[in-house]
Ligand binder design. Structure first.
Ligand code: NDP
Length: 258
């Protein structure tokens, strides 16, 4: 089975839901050189309790860093802090997982909902990629191996079927979440253009759909448990090569049409 062997990994929205489960599974299988920067917007708050407990179990494998995807200053500060802890081999794997949902249709969506979803789901990830790019470039150069992989240098964007132009119309009645879908379509374009721009640096960029998962966002009706979704996503992430660069896959590895 393909496993994630990236040494230095950063995950956004790591305090609950899928982000927390990613940190949990990575830290359970972690090898001595692996280190996870688990970022969240309120490290000392009640919503980060489970992450703090996880760090107690794996103190040398996880560092919690404050990062609010809605706040450019916090993104810059986090990059400075992580940079001071990284060492010479840079950052191998950046997982843009933090996201928010807003319900609505053409008739009910507000400008506020559109701005909020864009800030967190598109502008945040753009600034995060920008601030962490020097560390990803360092990792790509330091690896000394040709080609692309998530162990070398990669940006994984946790997107959704909801951002797929060809799939979402048939799901819209069941999931009337227009601001979310429009923002995730923007996030998908960010993925494709990052892939184009970072190709020369051999930094792999792709989008991953986790399935419909029981989290605060996914709700109780979702068929998948976070454990199964994250096991699948980590398997996919561990198996990526340049063939999937600029691609869109689900947690089973199945390609999704844009
Ligand atoms: P949750 O709502 O359970 O968790 C969202 C996470 O994002 C939390 O850690 C939250 O932190 C964090 N977050 C929200 N806003 C910010 C911000 N401004 N800065 C930093 N962190 C922030 O969602 P899921 O775990 O289900 O979703 C994770 C990703 O998977 C999302 O991008 C989502 O779009 C995607 N996805 C999920 C699906 C599902 O069925 N669950 C389906 C398809 C895609 P806080 O505690 O501070 O709010």
């Amino acid at each position: 089975m393909a496993v994630v062997k990236a040494c230095k990994i950063l995950i956004t929205g790591a305090n609950r839901g899928l982000g927390l489960e990613i940190v949990k599974q990575l830290s359970e299988n972690s090898f001595p050189k692996q280190h996870i920067f688990a970022t969240c917007r309120d490290p000392d708050g009640p919503k980060s309790e489970a992450l703090r407990e996880l760090v107690k179990k794996h103190p040398s494998a996880i560092t919690i860093i404050r990062l609010d995807a809605n706040d450019p200053c916090s993104i810059k500060e986090s990059a400075k802090e992580v940079g001071s802890l990284l060492g010479n081999n840079g950052l191998n794997l950046l997982v843009n997982n933090a996201g928010i949902v807003a319900n609505g249709t053409i008739q009910t969506s507000s400008a506020e909902d559109m701005k909020n979803t864009f800030n967190t789901n598109v502008i945040g990830p753009l600034l995060i990629i920008k601030e962490y790019l020097p560390y990803l470039q360092t990792a790509a150069k330091a690896s000394g191996t040709p080609g692309m992989s998530s162990n070398k240098a990669a940006v994984i964007n946790i997107s959704t079927l909801g951002g797929s132009m060809s799939t979402m119309p048939s799901l819209y009645k069941q999931f009337p979440v227009l601001p979310y879908c429009v923002s995730k379509a923007g996030f998908n374009m960010l993925t494709v253009l990052s892939a184009e721009e970072l190709k020369a640096d051999e930094i792999l960029c792709m989008a991953l759909h986790p399935g419909w998962v029981k989290t605060e966002m996914g709700g109780e009706k979702a068929p998948l448990e976070p454990k199964e979704s994250v096991e699948g996503m980590l398997r996919v992430i561990g198996s990526l090569t340049e063939e999937q660069h600029g691609g869109f896959l689900d947690y089973t590895g199945k390609p999704i049409p844009w």
